[in-house]
Structures are given as structure tokens and as C-alpha cells.
Design a protein around this ligand. Structure first.
Ligand SMILES: Nc1ncnc2c1ncn2[C@@H]1O[C@H](COP(=O)(O)OP(=O)(O)OP(=O)(O)O)[C@@H](O)[C@H]1O
Length: 241
């Protein structure tokens, strides 16, 4: 079943067109990885789906509902949760308090404090620690856990592993696999191509605001994705004489 439909979506920052007429769908239970160079438009796309950035053109449908004019907090209520780049935790609050704040906006569902701490065992001993005192990996886990507390049907995670030590990335990806096994639908932006291809069902490669490649991860090689990433698979422009 299709959960998310993105149709001819465009988004701008002033005059700069960051997302240029993008269309794709995400099925329920699917993990879609979005890769692409810095500035390709990935964060803007996620923020636009979450309602944190306005669409300049096109639209987003979620479980058949057109999201035009639906503000970000109402999208959370419908089941869309964004884990933003930079994590954006409340630094002065403890891990548990950060989770509890999100829990207040919760839809009915399986994720409560206990379920979230079971999925992220690394957070259990940190419950009383201030978010600002955590390592990058611990903050990322807290940020994903916080999003889960809203009982999302679609989880959008920006820059899953950026800035994390390899051992922290392993822990975060273990949690992503746990979520997948629990039937979650995820859209993840990931710089690490190997990780993206190993965890996702499908990959979209962004180049300059457009989709340069869309394929099931089982049907595409790392070399093909890399070529799309750098635009090497595009026909070259004939030289002017
Ligand atoms: N707040 C902003 N104001 C102006 N321009 C912006 C803003 N945010 C992003 N941009 C520009 O929009 C384009 C797309 O940026 P975006 O952050 O969506 O790309 P990205 O693929 O997520 O890159 P990164 O991996 O660096 O986050 C870039 O050219 C970027 O410089």
C-alpha cells in the first residue's frame, strides 16, 4: 500500500530552487534511502514533506490525504515525524524529559517510554542525563527515540550517521533495523552509500534538486549510484565549435 506520494514537488530558498519537480512514492513498511551530494536538496525535501518548509509547486499526499495547507504540527498528528539534521534536542532537559515532551503529542500506538527504551537500550542508563551532555551518537539515538514517541507512521531521518563514530553508527542502524522489523516506514537521508544500500529497500539519488536515479537496492550497484551521485551517467554536453 502506498503511504506517501510526492508529486512534482518543488521547494525554494528565495530564488534558489532546491527541489525541482520531484515525484516518487513510498510504500507502507518500506525503507527509502535518499543519497546525494551536499546541497542536492535532500534536507529541503524532508522538511517540505514534514511541513517545516513551504512547497513552491506540486504536492504531498499521505495515506491518501492531500497535505496542502496542513501545518507541521498537524502532520505530526497524522503520523509524520521528522528527525532533523542537527538533532535539535532540548539541551537543558534530560533524555527522559525530551522523550516525554514528544510523548505529549503522541498518537495512539505501540511506542511509549518503555517501548522506546527497549528499542534503544543505550538510552536506558542515560535517562537522567541532560541532552547537551550526550555524545553525538547518543543524541542521534535520543532524537530518533523522541520522534518514535509520537507514534509515527512515517519517520523521516535526516543525516542518519553524519558526524558519528562508527560504533555509534552501528548502534543507530541496529535500531533502524528494529524499527523496520516492527513494520515502520522510513525515509532516511544518508551520506554513507554502503549503509544506505545495506539497510534500504530502495534508493533515490538526488542531483541538483532532481532525482538522478531511483531503484530497488537489490537491482543497483554501488558504482551506478556513485555515477548518478556525481552526474557521470548523464550524456555530456557536446563541445561548442
Ligand atoms: N536556509 C537556507 N537558506 C538559503 N539557502 C538554503 C537554505 N537551506 C538550504 N539552502 C540551499 O538549498 C540547496 C539545497 O540544500 P539542502 O540542505 O536541501 O541540501 P542537502 O542535499 O540536504 O545538503 P546537505 O547534505 O549539505 O544538507 C543548497 O544549495 C543550499 O545551499
Amino acid at each position: 500500500m502506498t503511504l506517501l506520494e510526492v508529486e512534482n514537488l518543488a521547494a525554494r530558498h528565495g530564488l534558489l530552487q532546491a527541489v525541482r519537480g520531484v515525484s516518487f512514492t513510498v510504500d507502507q513498511g518500506e525503507i527509502l534511502a535518499i543519497v546525494g551530494a551536499n546541497g542536492a536538496g535532500k534536507s529541503t525535501l524532508l522538511r517540505t514533506i514534514a511541513g517545516a518548509h513551504p512547497a513552491a509547486q506540486g504536492g504531498v499526499r499521505f495515506d491518501g490525504t492531500d497535505l496542502a495547507g496542513v501545518p507541521a504540527h498537524k502532520r505530526v498528528g497524522l503520523g509524520i515525524a521528522l528527525v532533523p539534521e542537527g538533532r535539535k534536542l532540548f539541551g537543558e532537559l534530560t533524555v527522559e524529559e525530551n522523550l516525554a515532551v514528544a510523548g505529549r503529542r503522541s498518537r495512539p500506538g505501540p511506542w511509549d517510554l518503555k517501548a522506546v527504551l527497549d528499542a534503544f537500550p543505550m538510552l536506558e542508563p542515560l535517562r537522567g542525563h541532560r541532552a547537551s551532555s550526550l555524545s553525538g551518537g547518543q543524541q542521534q539515538a535520543t532524537s530518533i527515540a523522541r520522534a518514535l514517541m509520537t507514534n509515527p507512521r512515517l519517520l523521516l531521518i535526516d543525516e542518519v550517521s553524519l558526524g558519528l563514530a562508527p560504533v555509534a553508527v552501528d548502534a543507530v542502524y541496529e535500531s533502524v533495523r528494529t524499527l523496520k522489523d516492527a513494520g515502520a516506514t522510513l525515509l532516511i537521508v544518508e551520506q554513507d552509500l554502503g549503509r544506505a544500500l545495506s539497510v534500504a529497500d530502495r534508493v533515490l539519488c538526488f542531483l541538483e534538486g532532481r532525482i538522478a536515479l531511483s531503484a530497488p537496492t537489490g537491482e543497483v550497484t554501488r558504482e551506478q549510484v556513485t555515477a548518478a551521485y556525481f552526474g557521470l551517467d548523464r550524456p555530456s554536453v557536446p563541445e561548442q565549435t
